[in-house]
Write a protein of this length. Structure first.
Length: 274
């Protein structure tokens, strides 16, 4: 009986959690706007793909998705490269001031990004001239201190004997990192990709400040501009906005559904025999 009640409670919790997503999907398919609770259960004759066509004509979904993909891909690449290198150095290399560097990295995490937007804007736009460019969007997010911390913790769990044996064989530090450490922390790499993906994919503030040309704006910024400028002239602005929100959420949902089982870390000690 206890398990039955537990299952019912989990089922109700799942329903409460998933209902907004269901309402967003159903609202994006309605031909006539209906923002009431009854809109969650529309008649089949009121369902259409017209809202997706409407939002595509207004903001060019394909181009906006390409911009979001380029922005997110660049951030993920920078996060993995710099995160792995910095995490390995802080975990396995001995150098003066290592603890100080690590403490400063932790201190950076408590500084809100909004406090840095003005100096970053002056530096990237006025000094470097990178407005309306992918590089200008990517640079402030290329190094993620949280990813550095995660990779450092994973590298610390690896047996020291593996690194000692590799150094005895004459391997360089980059060879040890590439051939020994990285294959054993694949769960951390995948976790870093999935967690990093959400941030830049949904990022609005910085791309909004750095991009003025419509053909360079990510999907989140394009949707915001559509809501403030074009939606009033649409036949069903409510449905068009929900259609754009569905397109924005679909890649993130698909990524987590496909790779949710890969979050479970494999045994890090599998590389030690005997």
């Amino acid at each position: 009986m206890r398990q039955t009640w537990r299952f019912i409670g989990l089922l109700l919790g799942a329903f409460v959690f998933l209902f907004p997503f269901y309402y967003m999907l159903v609202g994006s398919l309605q031909e006539s706007p209906d923002s009431s609770v009854g809109g969650a259960f529309p008649s089949p004759g009121n369902l259409t793909l017209h809202n997706y066509e409407e939002i595509n004509k207004a903001i060019s979904l394909g181009r906006s998705l390409i911009n979001s993909g380029a922005f997110t891909g660049g951030v993920i690449l920078g996060t993995l490269v710099f995160g792995v290198l910095a995490g390995y150095a802080l975990a396995r290399l001995q150098f003066r001031g290592r603890s100080t560097v690590f403490n400063l990295m932790l201190l950076v995490q408590v500084v809100p990004f909004q406090l840095l937007t003005i100096p970053l804007y002056v530096l990237i736009v006025r000094s470097y001239g990178l407005a309306d460019s992918y590089l200008g969007m990517i640079l402030p997010f290329a190094i993620n201190s949280t990813a550095v911390f995660v990779f450092r913790q994973y590298f610390l769990q690896l047996p020291q004997e593996l690194f000692d044996a590799a150094r005895i064989d004459g391997a360089r530090e980059l060879d040890i990192l590439w051939r020994v450490a990285i294959p054993l922390v694949k769960p951390a790499l995948l976790t870093g990709v999935l967690l990093t993906f959400i941030g830049p994919w949904n990022e609005f503030l910085w791309p909004f400040l750095i991009t003025k040309q419509q053909d360079m704006q990510p999907l989140a910024v394009s949707l915001s501009n559509y809501i403030t400028t074009v939606s009033a002239r649409a036949a069903n602005p409510f449905g068009a906005v929900l259609a754009g929100a569905c397109v924005l959420a679909a890649p993130a949902v698909a990524l987590f559904v496909i790779f949710q089982r890969r979050f479970i870390s494999s045994s890090l000690e599998s590389g030690v025999k005997g």
